[in-house]
Structures are given as structure tokens and as C-alpha cells.
Design a binder for this molecule. Sequence first.
Ligand SMILES: O=C(O)CCC(=O)C(=O)O
Length: 343
Amino acid sequence: MSSAETGGVRACKQTFPPCFLFLLALTDLLKRAAPTSAETVSYGHPQRLRYTLDNDLLTPEQRLFYEENGFLLIRNLVSKQDIDRFRGEFERICRQEIKVPGLVVMRDVAIAKSEFVPDQRAVSKVQDFQEDPELFRYCSLPKILKYVECFIGPNIMAMHTMLINKPPDAGKKTSRHPMHQDLHYFPFRPVDRIVCAWTAMETVNRQNGCLVVLPGSHKGTLQEHDYPEWEGGVNKMYHGVRDYDPEHPRVHLEMEKGDTVFFHPLLIHGSGMNQTQGFRKAISCHYASGDCYYIDVKGTTQENIEKEVKEIIVRRHAVGDELTFKDTWAIRGRLVQGERISM
Ligand SMILES: O=C(O)CCC(=O)C(=O)O
């Protein structure tokens, strides 16, 4: 994988004007919906939409945008006050003023072996904050759940939580996040009833390593993932897609504090190097429908991540290795709305 991979090649915020995309998608939809002798079609009702559900929140343009691109950016969704509270809590965790059960604290591979520093300079990410009431408030914010419901329905489980504190790159490009599909990490399905919410906690741009997405890649299948062969090293669990089309158009999601992007778990995405001296922060949660079900990943491309995740959870939760991959998710998942049916 090249250094430009997530650092960005093309200068663009959104490559296509939304009205253009809407027209394109609508034409495509109408073409696909052309009635045959056996079917009748109501053009007023978007029956053919696969990735979004009928709802009163998304405009037709927003639905079609997600259907076609696999992500939807909502500006100014989370309040500055909430973000400041999340930031304060994160800093307390870094200063070790509070201890959160099950929380995984990660360090960038470039600084992991350096001297211990009890502040955010040593921490590149905290994961699994479901037991921290302040951070977990993010996952239950009604304004986020309203959107999540449009993608996965009314029964909502918060499955995976992260606060990412991308450090200034120490010169080895280790602050990049390789291009990947989040489904690689998840042993639950159906894929279309999973969605990620990712909120910028400050201005994120190409300089400090914003998200980079390959629009439309959510329509593909789950690819094989592994650690990329990067000279400077790769962070723990940062698997990347082994093979994807380098010519695929990419979009750099430049966002302001509080802006939130929702994206599909097959969308190929990553983030670039942080070339500033600041720590680029974002908070995120992966949601799955309470009606989802677990699958056995044995014999699939997900076997490698199953092994790694199990080792970490066994260590963190002091449990035996009879724990299954499914269990590692079931113990972390929390119901935030509706019913927990099969998760
Ligand atoms: O926030 C980032 O830099 C990328 C996060 C991401 O894609 C992930 O953790 O799956």
C-alpha cells in the first residue's frame, strides 16, 4: 500500500454535487423499477431502496445519496457542549483519574514503547467505553439515534465504541489508518442493518487526517483484510483491505466540530496521516439492529481478526479462552433503544 493511500491524492470535499447524484440515482431507480408484465410500480414509494428504511427524517435526496454512496454527512449534529464534555472525560481517563471497566486504551505504535506519559499524548484511541456513563451518552443521544433508526430500524444496539485521538505523526506515517471495511471486525449480520456514526470533535481536514471514503464501495462484498506492509509499522488491529482498486474515486470528508457521518460497514474507508501538532479527535459508535444474528466466521476471511479480538478480550475481562467471538461482542453490546431480540 502506498503512502498516499490514506494521506489523500485528490483534492475534494464531496466530488459530486448532491443534486447531480440525486438525479442520477433517481434515473437509475426508475430504470430498475420499470414495470414488467408481472409487476406494477408506484414511483411515489421508494420500494427498491435497500440500505435505508422508510422514515420521516431523511429527505429523498439524503436516502438516495446513502443508497448510492454508502455514507451520509450531517453537519452540526452534536452540540459543542456535548463534545466538550466527552473531551473532558477522555482527558480524565488519560490522566488516570478514573478507571473504566473493560476500556481498551491504545497507543500509537510509534510512541507505545516510549516513556510512560499519563496524558493524552500517549493514547491514540480508547475503545469499548460502554461502562463509562459520560462517554456512552454519545451512543444514546436522541439526535444520533433518530438517524441510526433510518438505517437499521427501531431496535438499536450500541456494539462498538471508540474515541480516536490521532496523534501528530512521529515521522513514520503510523498515524494513518489503512483502508478497510468495518464488517471485517463484526460476526453479526445482516450487513445492511449495521451502521457507524462518527462525529468530529474538532475541525478535521486533510492536514490532520480526516476520513477518506470510496463512495459506492458498500455495494461490494467483504474483502480479505490483513496488516498492511508499512515500513514504519502498523497499529494493533489496524487491518487493511488487501486489494482494492487504486483508481476508485475517493472523497476526503472534511468536517467541523459536531458534524457526523453515518456509514455502511462495507464502505471502504480509512484516514490519512496527521501532519499537524494537534491530536485529531473523533468519537464513534457502531450500531446494529437488535434483530441481527451472530454468524460463525470459521473458514472465512474474518478468522484472523477473530483470533486477535478473542486474545484481547480474554486478557481484558479475565475470562477463559472458551469464550467465543460471538461472546466477545455480546458482552460489550448495549441496548440503547427498543428491544434486544437476538443480539
Ligand atoms: O478515525 C479514524 O481515523 C478512522 C477510524 C476508523 O476507520 C476505524 O477505527 O474503523
